[in-house]
Each structure stands twice: as structure tokens, then as C-alpha cells.
Design a protein around this ligand. Structure first.
Ligand SMILES: Cc1ncc(COP(=O)(O)O)c(C=O)c1O
Length: 308
């Protein structure tokens, strides 16, 4: 893994190797943390963070769902993230803020444990590989169902909830596939382990709705907007499992994976990335890298503090 020099932790910049927690940190035992995955891109105007306020708002909402009061405001987190990127001298990076229950009483009631926060940044290439982004990945439907709203909160990006994605990812990677697709508790298509999913058929783009236990992906929203701006009809509706194999094109979206086409599902060929996937991917990529004037407001340019 690529490291950086500094991590921001509970109000201070600390050396990468000194960013440590106590073994009795509550989140380590019970998963009581929430997090975000954000990317900063090199643009002509310098490093810029994609949809930064939206990610920080989702972080706050996830924390609220788990009864954690955010120890810092959105502006404070935004500013320290800028400073962290600048002080690490990064032009582009992945950003991982985590808000979690720290060291305190043991037991399942976390309310007396302190709410702590850190932000780490590092250089991270294409999550499902450059080859996958260019030519598509091989996916398999997992035997694990996505967490249901009857037991947890699919809309919260909470640490413990990711054991569900971890099980699905292990299952399909051991079987030789690049990514898992999870069905929801009702048996309709939900999403990948860290990506939302889109299906193209007869020129129409379809994606599962919130009621299918998806995470409300920020890239999903961006892609829906881009596709509609390009003149495509985008429909949010339940997707049956076999619709993936019958699709003309399938692609995934997420901060880590960006827009990654799917070329095969459950050993059935979908084919190389199609025309609509390519077109949306191109505009999306331009938006991420500050080349699309229309979506420039989605970028938060990193303000470099004078002392850095
Ligand atoms: C389970 C899950 N679904 C979907 C997504 C895509 O969300 P976003 O586009 O906000 O990165 C992610 C990544 O954060 C995720 O972890």
C-alpha cells in the first residue's frame, strides 16, 4: 500500500506510523464507526476533491444513525482535509475519514465512549484494476444477501456493516471473479460490494432504487445526472437477477471503482463495454478530472494553506 507522511487524528497531524488506537477501542470490537471514501483528482486547477461536501454530509448522517455526535463541523473537516493533502504533497489521492467510538467502557452500550475521528490519505489507483476499467470485469452473484433494513441500515456507511461486503468479496475472489453482486433480502439486484450497479437494455438505463437496500451512492447520483444530460432515460426500479445476463451493457459506479464496466456475470457473457457505457464513462471521467465545465461545481479545489 502507498503510504503518506501524515494522518490527521483527533485534531492533530501525526506521522503515519504514529496514528494508533488502544486495543480496547470500542469500534475495533463492535464495528461502531462510520466512514467515507472520497477521491481527490489532479486537475488543471490543481488537486480537487470530487463532491466533497456531499461525502461529508453523508458521513454526518451515518454518524447520526448510530447516535454519534460529530466532534467536528463539516467546514472543519473540509479544511483539515485540504491541509492534509497539501502537507502530504499529494496531487491526487483517496481520502478516508473515519468517525468511531474510542477507548472507554466495554460492552454493547457505546454511549459513554468518546467519539473520535481521523482522516487518512494515500495514493490509490483503479480499485478494480485499469484493465477492468477499460475492458470490463467478471462478476458473480454472491450467495450472501445485502444487509436488510430489518437488521441494519443500508443507508449508513458504517464499519461493522461492511462484514457483509467482506464475506461476498472473499466468496467471489476465491472463485476467481473480480467482483460480487449482492441481491437484497427480497431477492432483487442490489449492488456490488462497494459499488452501485446500472443495467442498459434497449437504450434505457436502469438502476435499483433505495428500497432495494442500496447505499445512496454519490457517484450513482452523478452518473444518473450525466446520463440524463446526455439524453438517456434513466429509471430507478427493481432489477431481477436474470436481467443482468440479458442486459446489453452493465456497469458499476463508486468512489473507489469510479465507472467500471461488467463484461461477464455468472459465467454468462455480457460483452465488452458498450456504446452507452463508454459515452457516460467518458463524461464522468471528464467531470472527475475537471475537464467538464458543466460539472465543475462538483469539484472542491484544495486550498493550500500558506504555511504548507
Ligand atoms: C456498499 C457500497 N455501495 C455503493 C457505494 C458507492 O458509493 P459512492 O458512489 O458514494 O462511492 C459504496 C462506496 O462507497 C459502497 O461501499
Amino acid at each position: 500500500m502507498n503510504t503518506a507522511d501524515l494522518i490527521w487524528m483527533n485534531g492533530e497531524f501525526v506521522a503515519w506510523e504514529d496514528a494508533k488506537v488502544h486495543v480496547l477501542t470500542h469500534a475495533l470490537h463492535y464495528g461502531t464507526g462510520v466512514f467515507e471514501g472520497i477521491r481527490c483528482y489532479e486537475t488543471e486547477q490543481g488537486p480537487a476533491i470530487f463532491r466533497h461536501p456531499e461525502h461529508l454530509d453523508r458521513l454526518r448522517r451515518s454518524a447520526e444513525l448510530y447516535h454519534m455526535d460529530m466532534p467536528y463541523t463539516r467546514d472543519e473537516l473540509r479544511e483539515v482535509t485540504h491541509e492534509l493533502i497539501a502537507r502530504n504533497g499529494l496531487r491526487s489521492c483517496y481520502i478516508r475519514p473515519v468517525v468511531y467510538r474510542g477507548y472507554g467502557p466495554m460492552g454493547l452500550d457505546p454511549l459513554a465512549n468518546p467519539v473520535e475521528c481521523f482522516i487518512a490519505v494515500w495514493e490509490w489507483g483503479a480499485y478494480l484494476g485499469e484493465e477492468g476499467k477499460a475492458n470490463g470485469v467478471r462478476a458473480k452473484t454472491s450467495s450472501w444477501r445485502r444487509i436488510s433494513p430489518e437488521s441494519l441500515m443500508p443507508q449508513a456507511k458504517a464499519c461493522g456493516q461492511y462484514l457483509n461486503s467482506v464475506l461476498a468479496k472473499i466468496e467471489v475472489s476465491k472463485a476467481g471473479y473480480d467482483e460480487a453482486i449482492l441481491l437484497d433480502h427480497k431477492g432483487v439486484v442490489c449492488e456490488g460490494t462497494g459499488e452501485n450497479i446500472f443495467v442498459v437494455r434497449d437504450g434505457e438505463i436502469v438502476t435499483p432504487p433505495y428500497s432495494a437496500s442500496i447505499l445512496d451512492g454519490i457517484n450513482r447520483r452523478s452518473i444518473i445526472e450525466i446520463a440524463r444530460d446526455l439524453g438517456y432515460r434513466v429509471v430507478e426500479r427493481d432489477v431481477a437477477r436474470e436481467e443482468l445476463a440479458l442486459a446489453d451493457e452493465v456497469f458499476l459506479s463508486g468512489t473507489a471503482a469510479e465507472l467500471t464496466p461488467v463484461r461477464e456475470i455468472d459465467d454468462l457473457e455480457i460483452g465488452p463495454p458498450g456504446e452507452i457505457t463508454r459515452q457516460v464513462q467518458k463524461v464522468f471521467d471528464d467531470a472527475l478530472h475537471g475537464r467538464a465545465e458543466r460539472y465543475r461545481e462538483w469539484l472542491d479545489p484544495v486550498q493550500v494553506p500558506s504555511k504548507a
